[in-house]
Design a protein around this ligand. Structure first.
Ligand SMILES: *Cc1c(COP(=O)(O)O)cnc(C)c1O
Length: 763
């Protein structure tokens, strides 16, 4: 960590003397220290904090609530299922000044845990999702479990829950710490919800709140679904989301696939993969979805151990067995140690088999024997049942460029840690966000609260506006014939010539526009576009003429060699000239502007040149030449394809066009589905570049074709059809390909053809 540049440590024991040049803070217990820090941070937070606990549905309620609130509030939510002693601390510490609502999930597994979570979360509003029998191991009784969970709300101003959940409701009523906001489908809540079905067989929930009528269409009939949705709807109504907005946002929710993953299987199978949790409630949900999805008569269920109270195993598996029979399964494959319980129930009624681990199942040939069936996979996270789904699913032969939004968010935070808090950040999304998808990235960045976006041309700016991007947008190159569409879309031009400046002034005068925001671009050494110092008087004359129409919101320049250490002096000279220009321009204007100079490469190297805003481009994707920051960034791209054919050839065989690949030994050659038409240029052929198969390098042999190329896999054991082939990813950085092509990562990324599918990964 010291090598990676970490300067300060919180530890329980001091390390050896020779490391003591860093700062070490010694504490008794690092976890408690982290939690105290989070609790302290919580005290500074302005946001309304919503705490969620309960036995089931915490993460779903959190995610849905986030989605229905995010257009009205700057919402923070705990990432993934960060609800543990460490997870909550890390969540709370990420709440920032600009957030107006923070949704934090709290999960406990035994007594004496909640008090620590409560001290960090201090929720103003509490949501108690439900009190189920899941994860009962750590508690003596239901009452003890309830009391422990309820500690979260000891200082809450309001607790929201389902009045129809009788046990929960009566227990909360007897505690009565906080005022309650209850809802009910049976007429005994503070909010009474009607569940109605219209002629079109659509289900709606209707209720009144603050004299507004809410009418929300719900597309799923399951009880649990309705319960989660009611919690979310009532909370959103309480926070002032209006009926119309809530209704469209709830429609949108159902477009999102739940955790259940539907897959096309090999050998004509249909697969529903729900390898996430294993408790009765989610099991019933999965069965219902499976019934809707599966059109096959023959059905197999692959199940892992359930995570419920050990003392109730008989009853639990009796119910599970009954459900399996009721939903028409004819085969059970059980993975884990609980098999005897379910086996007892199902024995001889359907075909059953048991494996102790996922690997045992994969090593058997059972899965290959399943044809033309519906398969439901259901189990707890740690059973790695997803591997079973992978092995059953039909592989696609399409190449994909995966963009990891989680890494991009991380990289944004890394850059933020290098710039002062008051310095803003602009992200350059020109050229389709460097090949990663203009609109998709912009939406993510808008949600990530960057301050500005930058594009090269007006069309890109218009596309962003048409897709709901409201952030300020800088356009680097606006033609004088494009001012109309520029103004209609409120795009901010970079102005780099007197001709442009005068034309814009005249245009705005004609339109009677006032204070139109522009950025003046100066050339301080790049010699591409921009005014020079000698133009200043002329610019000022022109600006004076249009002082009503034009507002200089920004002054900018661009560095020629920001990331190259050998040009440090040149860069500093550019910085010096830029400062001079800004001083004289601001003195003339009589107001402050946003001064911006740095691109990604300069951010970590030139702390004196941050000015008011930095323009991040390539660094967003985890690519930066400077080791000091590079080791902190995460590469965000993975370009991969698949093997379509494997064959063995004797020495002397030639491979591909013009017979350029000549085999110097007996070889095993695989054909893969990517070529120069996709952006893997011919220069990378004939051994100059290797792709990765099963973590090993496989050189490209012969010339690259338009849609395919051939690789040598002789030295890689067990290569099979459909195996994944990595062109670049986190472990095998894009620089390798850039070097082979004698270019830079920018060109590789922007050269990836649009026909390659972009897939966005997020939690
Ligand atoms: C593209 C661009 C950037 C971003 O550059 P990176 O090196 O990708 O960070 C910044 N400013 C201007 C003017 C640009 O054109």
């Amino acid at each position: 960590m010291i090598e990676a540049g970490v300067k300060n440590f919180v530890v329980e024991k001091l390390p050896p003397e020779n490391l003591l040049k860093n700062c070490f803070i010694v504490v008794n217990d690092t976890l408690k220290a982290l939690q105290s820090l989070a609790a302290y941070h919580r005290k500074q937070v302005q946001a309304k904090v919503i705490g969620i606990t309960g036995s089931n549905g915490k993460t779903i309620v959190k995610e849905w609530l986030y989605r229905v609130l995010k257009d009205d509030y700057a919402v923070f939510r705990s990432p993934k299922s960060y609800n543990s002693q460490i997870g909550v601390a890390l969540s709370v510490l990420q709440i920032q000044k600009h957030h107006t609502v923070a949704i934090i999930e709290a999960g406990i597994s035994t007594i004496n845990e909640m008090e620590y979570l409560e001290a960090m979360i201090k929720p103003e509003i509490g949501i108690f999702t439900n009190l189920g029998t899941a994860h009962n191991d750590g508690f003596d009784s239901l009452d003890q479990k309830f009391k422990e969970k309820y500690k979260l709300f000891q200082e809450a101003k309001l607790v929201i829950y389902n009045a129809d959940a009788e046990t929960l409701a009566s227990k909360i009523a007897s505690e009565s710490h906080a005022p309650a906001l209850t809802w009910s489908l049976n007429g005994h809540g503070n909010v009474n919800i009607d569940l109605v079905e219209n002629e079109a067989n659509e289900r709606h929930i209707k209720f009144d709140f603050n004299s507004k009528n809410y009418d929300l269409c719900i597309s799923n009939r399951d009880e649990i679904y309705v319960e989660n949705l009611c919690q979310v709807a009532v909370t959103a109504a309480y926070l002032g989301v209006n009926p119309k907005a809530l209704s469209t946002r709830i429609d949108d929710l159902f477009q999102l696939s739940a955790r259940l993953e539907k897959l096309e299987g090999k050998r004509g199978c249909q697969i529903l993969n729900d390898a996430y949790s294993a408790d009765l409630i989610s099991f019933r949900l999965a069965l219902n979805s499976f019934d809707n999805f599966c059109t096959k008569d023959k059905r197999t269920i692959i199940l892992g151990d359930f995570e419920e109270d050990t003392r109730e195993k008989d009853a639990l598996y009796c119910e599970i067995g009954a459900l399996i029979l009721k939903h028409g399964f004819s085969r059970l494959i059980f993975i884990g140690k609980d098999y005897p319980w379910v086996g007892k129930v199902l024995d001889k009624r359907i075909e059953t088999m048991n494996f102790s681990t996922v690997q045992d199942l994969l090593d058997s040939s059972i899965l290959q024997g399943i044809k033309q069936e519906g398969i439901l996979i259901k189990g707890a996270h740690d059973y790695q049942l997803s591997k079973v789904a992978d092995s059953l699913a039909q592989k696609t032969h399409q190449s994909v460029l995966e963009i990891d939004l989680h890494s991009i968010g991380h990289n944004l935070r890394v850059f933020a840690s290098f710039i002062p808090a008051q310095t803003k950040s602009m992200v350059m999304v020109k050229s389709g966000s460097y090949g990663s998808g203009l609109v998709e990235l912009a939406k993510f960045l808008q949600y990530s609260l960057v301050d500005y976006l930058g594009v090269a041309f007006i069309d890109e700016g218009i596309e962003l506006r048409q897709n709901g991007i409201t952030l300020p947008i800088l356009v680097l190159n606006v033609g004088v014939d494009q001012f109309d569409s520029m103004a209609q879309n409120y795009l901010e031009p970079e102005i780099f010539s007197i001709y442009q400046l005068e034309a814009l002034g005249e245009f705005l005068k004609l339109k009677k526009s006032r204070n139109y925001p522009i950025h003046l671009k100066f050339d301080t050494g790049m010699h591409r576009l921009g005014f020079v110092q000698n133009d200043i008087l002329t610019i000022q004359g022109s600006l004076f003429k249009y002082k009503e129409e034009i507002k200089v919101i920004g002054i900018m320049s661009h560095l020629a060699a920001s990331s190259e250490p050998e040009h440090v002096d040149y860069t500093n000279e550019q910085g010096r000239i830029f400062k001079e220009i800004c001083d004289s321009m601001e003195a003339f204007l009589g107001y402050k502007t946003l001064k911006h100079l740095l691109n990604s490469g300069g951010i970590s190297l030139f702390p004196d040149l941050h000015f008011d805003l930095v323009r991040i481009g390539i660094g967003l994707y985890g690519i930066d030449g400077n080791p000091k920051i590079n080791c902190l960034l995460e590469p965000a791209h993975q370009l991969k394809t698949f093997i379509s054919q494997i064959r063995d050839y004797p020495t002397g065989t030639t491979i591909g066009y013009s017979r350029r690949g000549v085999l110097s030994r007996d070889s095993r050659i695989a054909t893969i589905g990517i070529g120069y038409g996709d952006g893997l240029l011919r220069h990378a052929g004939n051994g100059s570049f290797s792709v990765m198969v099963k973590g090993k390098k496989a050189p490209i042999i012969g010339s690259i074709c338009m849609d395919m190329c051939m690789i040598d896999v002789s030295d890689i054991p067990n290569v099979q059809l459909d195996d994944e082939v990595i062109i670049f990813n986190k472990e095998y950085p894009i620089d390798n390909l850039a070097k082979a092509l004698d270019t830079i990562p920018y060109e590789v990324l922007t050269g990836i053809s649009p026909r390659i599918r972009r897939v966005y990964i997020d939690d």
